[in-house]
Write a protein that binds this ligand. Structure first.
Ligand SMILES: [Zn+2]
Length: 623
């Protein structure tokens, strides 16, 4: 994150820089029991000292360091004398110690409980036969230092017979189960997780491309990592398409670290030279699951350029204790969502229809089922990001959520369409991506921060326009509907509309027997009758339904989703209203929905006679 002279580092004491490195040995042999163990030797000077546990985790945009599962902290001198630590009463991530006279290094033992249930990299990372190691979970470092200045020499021990993948480089010949890695900065270490497992496979993607790219897979069973040659070819094509789009690479080599397990947390976390991609066990061998997760690898890979190399100034912090500012996450995440999705189509992971159906679902939600936008603008969802990831659940449509992902995607699509229209197709967002993400050509991993003004200037260099007003109008809007949709409907060659047929993504969503009636009655409901969300202002809201109410009966008959779907159909036009008996915390009531417009699902339909710009965007850039 901080390897370059572009960055103004805060002038914090960096005594550690001149000293010998921290030695950090991590032992994964107990990982199948969810116990990850570390031994750390850290250079010190006698006197008062504060050690800190990483709190603000890059890519997670919040203070998510899993301090609650950091255990077994015992500090001793080289002679084995215990050094008592005391936690700071306000900053839970700080440990105060007094280093005895004459002591120049300390040994620290610490463990991490890899338990499921927590979020992101703090969440489940192990099973009986695999483990994903995030080094930040197992290290203390001196307070008030720059992560780029603190040097660490890591060593890793894995269970007998396991293999691993990582962007770290071994310092010599790897041992049987124990490997010593070259000394790196703390910043590089935290940026370089390790995926290890008994069922492990490394696939060299697009071998003709330099630097090299690897698909590293660990699964709960040997069959999980047997993905088809077609999928390998799609990932190789992804590598080639990013070369054409970004005209640069900012890593020495790249590793997709893919955990295929039902036992771990499911998410993706970006790094400069790798990505931590945790998905369900059968994702790479089941067609439907592969499509459903199709955006993950293109998204995390795109972050190597957009997020890691080019980073909003407020997220380019000098260490893991300094708070982050998320105001530009509609670029960091929103642009990544847009570029990642079009790359999924360009490399063949998705068909054009699959891409359009997903976009229709996003647009349907944000345009017609997000009334929270009348009190909270898109900008505020980014500004509040550090606490918003744990939101969700009842009344989500009224609170809003991390909408800078999906609405960011709509925003950047409209930007792309606008550039194409203003230049008669001569230029596009591809030109912006090459200039902005490819600044300086190929580089080693480093961080080049940017501001809102830098984004506006880079867009103006592609095509002159009042981009500042264009962006702020959409970011600051409190309109009921998404302000991006007027431009998308006018310029893409397609128009958002509603039909009574679920699109591909709605069908996936309803696969478990639920019914998504958000765009018709105004709620979603599970197969048991429990209501998910109720859209504020919808017919369901108007008759007093709420999330977590349970539908007992539809028109006098015991609830099933099939019965409710039939009732919506029967009510079309002059049909009968829909009568529901619902339960709320043990009390029952009957409501009648006067809704007669049938089922509604979003889709994009072609506008004949207009330029097919959305199709053009999805065309591969490579042969
Ligand atoms: Zn992301």
């Amino acid at each position: 994150m901080r390897l370059c002279s572009f960055i103004l580092l805060t002038s914090l004491a960096s005594a550690a820089a001149a000293q010998s490195p921290i030695n950090l040995s991590v032992d994964l042999t107990d990982a199948p029991r969810n116990l990850l163990r570390a031994t750390e030797t850290i250079p010190v000077q006698p006197g008062a000292m504060t050690l800190v546990y990483p709190q603000w985790i890059p890519g997670e945009h919040g203070p998510t360091g899993p301090i609650i599962n950091s255990t077994g902290i015992i500090i001793t001198t080289p002679k084995g004398e215990r050094v008592k630590w005391e936690r700071d009463p306000v900053d839970m991530f700080s440990y105060h110690i007094t280093v005895p006279a004459g002591v120049t290094s300390l040994n620290i033992k610490l463990d991490f409980l890899g338990t499921a249930g927590a979020q992101f990299s703090a969440g489940g990372s192990t099973s009986a036969n695999l483990a994903l190691l995030s080094w930040n979970t197992l290290i203390l470092y001196p307070a008030h230092t720059n992560a780029a200045d603190v040097r660490v020499t890591p060593t890793l021990k894995v269970p007998a017979g396991w293999k691993y993948g990582t962007a770290l480089e071994p310092s010599g010949k790897p041992g049987e189960d124990t490997t010593a890695f070259k000394t790196v900065s703390l910043e590089q270490l935290v940026d370089s997780p390790v995926l290890a497992g008994r069922w492990f496979r490394e696939i060299h993607l697009a071998p003709d491309v330099t630097p090299q790219h690897f698909l590293d897979l660990a699964g709960d069973g040997p069959e999980d990592i047997a993905l088809s040659q077609d999928h390998i070819d799609e990932f190789s094509k992804l590598v080639r398409e990013t070369g054409a789009l970004y005209m640069s690479r900012h890593y020495n080599s790249y590793h997709f670290l893919v955990t295929l397990s039902d036992q771990v947390a499911h998410f993706g976390l970006e790094h400069h030279q790798s990505s931590d991609d945790r998905v369900e066990e059968k994702t790479f061998v089941d067609d439907s699951m592969f499509t459903e997760n199709g955006l993950l690898l293109p998204h995390e890979f795109t972050h190597s350029w957009n997020g890691k190399y080019r980073r909003p100034a407020g997220l380019a912090t000098p260490n893991y204790q300094e708070p982050m500012k998320g105001d530009l996450l509609w670029v960091y995440e929103g642009l990544t969502e847009y570029l990642g999705d079009i790359l999924a189509a360009r490399c063949g992971i998705w068909s054009a229809d699959t891409y359009r159906d997903r976009l229709a679902t996003i647009a349907g939600y944000l345009n017609d089922a997000r009334p929270g936008r009348t009190w909270r603008d898109l900008q505020d969802t980014a500004t509040e990001a550090q606490i918003l990831y744990s939101a969700g659940g009842p009344w989500d449509n009224w609170r809003r959520n991390t909408d800078y992902y999906d609405e960011g995607e709509l925003l950047w699509l409209e930007v792309d369409l606008t550039i194409r229209q203003k230049t008669n197709g001569a230029k596009s967002l591809n030109d912006f991506a090459a200039a902005f993400e490819g600044l300086g050509g190929n580089t080693a991993p480093k961080v080049v921060p940017y501001t809102f003004e830098d984004i506006v200037a880079a867009l103006n260099a592609v095509v002159p326009n009042d981009w500042a007003t264009f962006l702020r109008t959409r970011l600051d809007s409190n309109e009921l509907h998404a302000p991006e949709m007027a431009g998308i409907n006018a310029l893409s060659g397609y128009k958002l509309t509603y039909t009574d047929k679920p699109n591909y993504w709605s069908t996936l969503e309803e696969g478990s027997g639920s019914l998504n009636a958000r765009w018709s009655l105004g709620f979603s409901v599970g197969s048991s009758g429990t209501i998910g969300d109720v859209i504020i202002g919808s017919p369901a809201d108007k008759v007093g339904l709420a999330p977590e109410f349970k539908i007992i009966a539809v028109n006098g008959r015991a609830f099933t989703t099939g019965l409710l779907r039939a009732a919506i159909k029967d009510a079309v036009g002059k049909g009968p209203g829909i009568e529901l008996i619902v339960e709320n915390t043990g009390y029952f009531k009957t409501v009648k929905l006067n809704y007669h417009d049938g089922e509604k699902y979003p889709q994009f339909v072609r506008v004949d006679g207009t330029p097919t710009r959305m199709d053009d965007i999805l065309k591969p850039m490579t042969k």
